[in-house]
Design a protein around this ligand. Structure first.
Ligand SMILES: Cc1cc2nc3c(=O)[nH]c(=O)nc-3n(C[C@H](O)[C@H](O)[C@H](O)COP(=O)(O)OP(=O)(O)OC[C@H]3O[C@@H](n4cnc5c(N)ncnc54)[C@H](O)[C@@H]3O)c2cc1C
Length: 507
């Protein structure tokens, strides 16, 4: 084992990816996690005999996961039983029309034609364009953007015509579909980044494309099994995970980090530190302000943040067997709902919502004949000033009513045996998420690539960022990639051979 020691703050998916890769290279890795479980927002939530995801429910681009496991000398299938979902999800529109989106392209074309005649060929044109875009753009996400030089690479120049960053996602899809409902089918995914389709850069049409081209997956037992599997690999490679061990602050001497101080006052020395907590929280609570030059709390205060999420976790004494795994119900006035979340920062009277009915795929999450229902309502982040202590009960009642009237869950309230509500205030107070912005900094063009906090943190030598707040961004595949990029930068720092793959080099 190497002499070099890396201390990792937090055990979210970004931190675990970096730790797994570094431990597999023989570095001494110690992960300090504040909570008694690993996973962060990707941890399990248990209510009685029911198991829920706390956060992520969609696994896309499973090949990213396979790659980081492979680079750690492991095969994902030895740890996780991952199933493909079909349909990908059910979309419910204001007029009651429904679409069961599938990655079977012929079946999808037939559905689109039934909804709006003549749109099958447009769908094929969209798929063809996005495939080329995917091949050009995704390699650009695999490298760090520590300097503007990264924009001058052949790779980036080749990708430029496909970035579509000068137009919104909604406008970009207008090249293919005139019908507003259809455009919504291919743009609502902006919400995965906590953004509005009307302001999210067109670059992100890659997200719906990846769904249609590569599918959506579910690891049996839940997505949180991914973090648990990574923790296992870390320990197999000799890394150590210290649960219930909150870090109080980063230790910095002459612009360089020397390790961390834990809440119990003990100090852990390190040759490099990985910050895996929410970036905004880390910047405002863990890094001494005197050490900050470029990224100050004041600067962060001016940045655009993602939305937040109001969560309802329900254990039911029945299974709604006709509803698929993922369901999205759009507000009657979707555009207004999105503006209220992202711009006006007020609670919508008419919210859109997402429901995960995971027990149809994964019966082990609930006792026999019963089911788990996970409900996510996008709402403004805590810059809104919404008094969630006062709003929690009436908003819960409203959402329950909508689940019954528009979600297809007739009689739901009489079947609830366990329940828990989580508000944006809880995300901020209990989960240490800056301003409750559950998807971190927004992904507008001014906050992406070089303009997002760098994986090698500029202000403090020896500090590396991972997770949704750094490059490439929020969402599990990109978060795994942030772990790989930062692991490569650390290996380079120690003069060790980089991991295979594109990341690390700014060529
Ligand atoms: C509701 C919700 C739904 C989402 N859905 C999806 C989805 O379907 N698909 C998808 O790909 N992505 C989704 N995401 C986005 C993203 O994948 C997750 O948020 C992901 O868990 C973020 O990972 P992370 O590495 O940034 O760290 P986090 O998960 O934020 O973990 C950070 C960890 O740091 C710990 N920590 C904080 N402070 C300290 C301290 N002082 N000392 C020690 N430890 C500390 C925390 O306890 C936590 O464990 C979703 C997010 C949310 C919130």
């Amino acid at each position: 084992m190497s002499e070099k020691r890396v201390v990792v703050i937090g055990a979210g998916p970004g931190a675990l990816t970096a730790s797994m890769l570094l431990a597999s290279r023989g570095l001494r890795v110690d992960v300090f996690e504040a909570k008694p479980v690993v996973g962060g927002r990707n941890a399990p939530l248990r209510l009685g005999d029911f198991t829920f995801e706390l956060g992520p429910t969609f696994l896309m681009m499973r090949f990213y996961l396979e790659e980081v496991f492979g680079l750690s000398g492991r095969r994902v299938e030895d740890y996780l039983d991952i199933r493909s979902l079909d349909p990908l999800y059910r979309l419910v529109f204001a007029d009651g029309r429904e679409l069961r989106v599938t990655s079977d392209h012929d079946a999808m074309k037939r559905q689109l034609e039934a909804l709006v005649p003549g749109t099958g060929p447009a769908y094929q044109r969209w798929l063809d364009y996005e495939r080329i875009k995917f091949d050009h753009v995704t390699p650009c996400l695999k490298v760090p953007y520590s300097s503007l030089r990264a924009f001058a690479t052949r790779r980036f120049v080749r990708a430029l015509p496909y970035l579509d960053a000068h137009k919104s996602l909604f406008t970009h899809l207008g090249n293919y579909f005139e019908n507003e409902q259809l455009r919504i089918c291919f743009t609502f995914q902006a919400k995965y980044l906590g953004m509005s389709p009307w302001s999210c850069p067109g670059t992100f049409s890659l997200v719906p494309y990846i769904e249609h081209a590569a599918g959506i997956h579910h690891p049996m037992g839940g997505l949180h099994r991914i973090s648990q599997a990574m923790a296992k690999v870390i320990e197999e490679h000799g890394g150590r995970i210290h649960l219930s061990s909150p870090v109080r602050r980063l230790l910095v001497e002459n612009g360089r980090t020397t390790g961390v101080e834990l809440e119990d006052g003990s100090r852990e020395k390190a040759d490099a530190v990985v910050l895996g907590s929410d970036f905004g929280y880390g910047l405002t609570h863990l890094i001494p302000e005197s050490a900050l030059r470029r990224w100050t709390p004041r600067r962060l205060g001016r940045k655009k943040l993602s939305c937040s999420t109001f969560m309802l976790y329900l254990g039911l004494d029945k299974l709604y067997a006709d509803l698929p795994h993922h369901n999205i119900v759009f507000a009657e006035d979707y555009k207004r709902n999105v503006e209220e979340i992202a711009d006006k920062l007020v609670l919508s009277d008419d919210p859109s919502f997402y429901m995960q009915n995971a027990s149809v795929t994964d019966p082990g999450l609930a006792p026999p004949g019963m089911s788990t229902l996970y409900v996510l309502v996008p709402v403004p982040n805590n810059r809104s000033g919404i008094d969630w202590d006062a709003q929690k009960a009436p908003f819960t009642k409203k959402v329950l009513g909508l689940l019954e009237s528009r979600g297809g869950l007739a009689g739901l309230r009489s079947h609830i045996v366990e329940s828990k509500v989580l508000t944006p205030l809880d995300w901020e107070r209990d989960m240490h998420v800056y301003r409750g912005a559950t998807f971190n900094l927004a992904h507008n063009i001014g906050q992406m690539l070089y303009f997002r906090p760098h994986n090698r943190f500029d202000d403090i030598d020896g500090l590396y960022l991972v997770g949704g707040g750094t490059h490439p961004g929020s969402g599990l595949p990109t978060i795994f990639e942030s772990g790989r990029i930062s692991a490569n930068l650390i290996l380079e720092r120690f003069g060790m051979e980089r991991l295979e793959g594109e990341s690390g080099a700014e060529r």
